[in-house]
Design a protein around this ligand. Structure first.
Ligand code: SF4
Length: 114
């Protein structure tokens, strides 16, 4: 089974109702729904924290310490499609930084549940 990592917007996870860490990302990954073509194994779930400067280094450290390089890093739907948008970086900018740091491709969004 494909092994993947997910990163969620910590600002939303901390303050929002129904944050991605509750179930949405994990259900979509487990069932192969939303942006997952098939059921996948979530090997790490990282929380971005404002202003986001630690996110790529933390993802790199998670890969190093776990000794599992995911096939893809998914930005949670609330991170990739945030409205209002993240004031620090666009999802595309964050994806570029993550791929440059880890060599792992980034996919925008996880689920389309409401
Ligand atoms: S930097 Fe942006 S994406 Fe990261 S936690 Fe803060 S608001 Fe969310």
């Amino acid at each position: 089974m494909k092994e993947i990592a997910i990163i969620g917007c910590g600002a939303y996870m901390d303050g929002g109702y129904g944050c991605p860490g509750e179930w949405r990302c994990l259900k979509a990954a487990a069932r192969g729904e939303g942006n997952f073509d098939e059921p996948v194994q979530v090997v790490s779930f990282l929380k971005c924290q404002c202003p986001g400067r630690n996110t790529a280094p933390n993802m790199g450290m998670a890969i190093k310490i776990s000794e599992v390089k995911p096939e893809a890093i998914y930005l949670s739907s609330c991170m990739a499609g945030a409205k209002p948008a993240c004031p620090y970086a666009t999802a595309e900018e964050m994806a570029e930084i993550l791929t440059a740091k880890t060599g792992v491709p980034v996919i925008m969004g996880t689920h389309d549940y409401h």
